[in-house]
Write a protein that binds this ligand. Structure first.
Ligand code: NDP
Length: 434
């Protein structure tokens, strides 16, 4: 860790995985060799670049762009781009590191990477976002390719940004290379069910966990943090399974709607008008309360789905959830629970799903998008959503079986880390010292 100073999020992610690998050192020492562990923690390539662009007012702005190509043992680097002012190398490296094992768990032929910029799309006009994306891609394009590195969306990068990025890639390379980006619009190479995939997948994973205990989502009270892509579709699937989602959030606060979130209003506010959760409360009237103090995790619930950002749920908040009788926490976001929160939840016997397993549905469906692009095909919604559901149940079963095999029955953190790692390590060893 001394080689990577000032990267707390990256250290946190590495520590969590390395901690889980202890049983491997005893039972299969060939996988726990220092030479493999060291290589797994060292990105194959890290690209940092200047992104100059011009505002509507004619002002020149400079942002920083990142792409960390972490590991290509299982396939081309695959992982999203995040546009958010908090983005720095530590955050991109932690996300890329997690992505390697997540992608391995999906069973699809994809390596791991992540990228982004400290650009904040919030409050920017469409033209400003377009100029930024064009400048970003003008540097990044030389590192991408459907067999090399295939980015997608993440926080702050949705269909609009992917459109501008793809347009610039196509213009610069003079190639209609559909498989170079995922999360595209359905009419120009995108996959049906990709928008829904991460949120739906998280709920499928949680559904499988409950199923092991003869339980389900029906009539359960659910709290979902965030109100972006992952959160919206987690709400949609949880409601379809009979649950009542009573709270959601953004970085300004949270909204509680005891009658259950009105999905149609939510989508209109967030997806059409790019509004805030406070606008949702305005739209539905007095049945919803906006709260700007405390935390969304103060709201009592049976199931908590953190779907906003890293380290958004700490040990104190986990204690509150436990005190309120929470049964299951499944991470829709990447590393939303601090290590302290995970300990509190596990010690209390709460069912806990780590993001690299429970939010893998997004990247799995991105791999299905690459598959459709490669065969010049477009599957219908049911086919793609059905594949997603199968993949999530498979990941669940793999995590459970691996945890059992290594002496930690029911521990999805151990199961996910070991199952993800073994496959990557196998491929790296087979390919020699590269
Ligand atoms: P979006 O940009 O669509 O939404 C992010 C949401 O989280 C917004 O509501 C945002 O609120 C909120 N948020 C961000 N930072 C904070 C904060 N510090 N405190 C409270 N709320 C915050 O992103 P996604 O839904 O795509 O991504 C959410 C998480 O899921 C991320 O961790 C991402 O890495 C992970 N993920 C996403 C996948 C995908 O397919 N999109 C795939 C796998 C994981 P505000 O608008 O106020 O900033």
């Amino acid at each position: 860790l001394a080689r990577n100073p000032g990267e707390p999020e990256f250290h946190q992610a590495v520590y969590e995985v390395m901690h889980s690998l202890a049983p491997l050192a005893e039972e299969r020492p060939e996988y726990a060799q220092w030479s493999i562990l060291q290589r797994v923690c060292e990105p194959e390539r890290q690209i940092i670049f200047r992104v100059p662009w011009v505002t509507d007012a004619g002002q020149v702005e400079i942002n920083r762009g990142f792409r960390v190509e972490f590991n290509s043992a299982l396939g081309p680097y695959k992982g999203g781009l995040r546009f958010h002012p908090s983005v720095n190398l530590s955050i991109i490296k932690f996300l890329g590191f997690e992505q390697v094992f997540k992608n391995s768990l999906t069973g699809m032929p994809i390596g791991g990477g992540k990228g982004g910029s400290d650009f904040d799309p919030k409050g920017r006009s469409d033209n400003e976002v377009m100029r930024f994306c064009q400048s970003f891609m003008t540097e990044l394009y030389r590192h991408l390719g459907e067999y090399t590195d295939v980015p997608a969306g993440d926080i702050g990068v949705g269909a609009r940004e992917i459109g501008y990025l793809f347009g610039q890639y196509k213009r610069i390379t003079n190639r209609y290379e559909s498989g170079v980006l995922t999360g595209k619009g359905v009419s120009w190479g995108g996959s049906r069910a990709r928008t829904e995939a991460t949120g739906y997948g998280t709920v499928h994973f949680a559904e499988a966990m409950l199923g092991v205990h003869g339980e389900d989502f029906d009539d359960r009270t659910v709290v979902v943090s965030g109100s972006g892509n992952v959160a919206i579709y987690a709400v949609e699937k949880a409601q379809a399974l009979g649950a009542k989602v009573i709270a959601m959030s953004d970085s300004s606060g949270y909204v509680v709607d005891e009658t259950g979130i009105d999905l149609e209003v939510l989508k209109d506010v967030k997806e059409i008008h790019r509004g805030r959760v406070a606008d949702y409360a305005d739209a539905v009237g007095p049945r919803a309360r906006v709260i700007t103090s405390g935390s969304i995790w103060d709201v009592p619930c049976d199931i908590a789905l953190p779907c906003a950002t890293q380290n958004e749920l700490d040990d104190t908040q986990a204690g509150t959830l436990v005190g309120n009788g929470v049964r299951l926490v499944a991470e829709g976001a990447n590393m939303p629970c601090t290590p302290g929160a995970v300990s509190v939840l596990r010690d209390a016997g709460v069912l806990f799903a780590p993001g690299k397993a429970s939010n893998a549905g997004g990247v799995a469906t991105s791999a299905l998008e690459m598959q459709q692009n490669a065969s010049r095909d477009a599957w219908d919604f049911e086919t793609t959503a059905g594949r997603l559901q199968e993949i999530m149940y498979d990941i669940h079963d793999t995590c459970l079986a691996t945890a059992e095999e290594f002496g930690s029955p029911g521990d999805y953190v151990v199961g996910a880390n070991l199952a993800g790692y073994i496959k990557v390590a196998d491929a790296m060893v087979a390919m020699g010292v590269i």
